[in-house]
Design a protein around this ligand. Structure first.
Ligand code: HEM
Length: 82
């Protein structure tokens, strides 16, 4: 497993999924994932949260981040009871 599962992650605290070993910076970050937080994370992961372990250069284009965030809001939504 390279990164944590993202199903249902909007609205929950960062670095708190069971079954994934986060860096201490993410585990102790103490914020909730929102579209705005994800936008900052994707723009410059290393600047948003220095010391995190996500090996990703970032997405420079704002329109690309907007598209990805819209997509993730859709596909990561978890229906009740499923
Ligand atoms: C655009 C693509 C990506 C998105 C949307 C994304 C999203 C995220 C999010 C939201 C988290 C935090 C999850 C949480 O708090 O539970 C995360 C963490 C992480 N991701 Fe990504 N990610 C992407 C690409 C990648 C890539 C390419 C890699 C590695 C090759 C990666 C590896 C990781 C790792 C290792 C963590 C945990 C970081 C830590 O513990 O400090 N991700 N990712």
């Amino acid at each position: 497993m390279i990164g944590p599962a993202l199903y249902g992650f909007f609205g929950i605290e960062a670095g708190t999924r069971d079954g994934f070993e986060y860096s201490s910076v993410l585990a102790n970050a103490g914020f909730v994932w929102t579209p705005r937080a994800l936008d900052a994370w994707l723009a410059q992961p290393g600047l948003f949260l220095p010391g995190n372990r996500m090996t990703f250069a970032g997405m420079v284009q704002r329109s690309e981040r907007d598209d990805l965030i819209a997509y993730l809001l859709d596909v990561t939504a978890v229906e009740d009871g499923n």
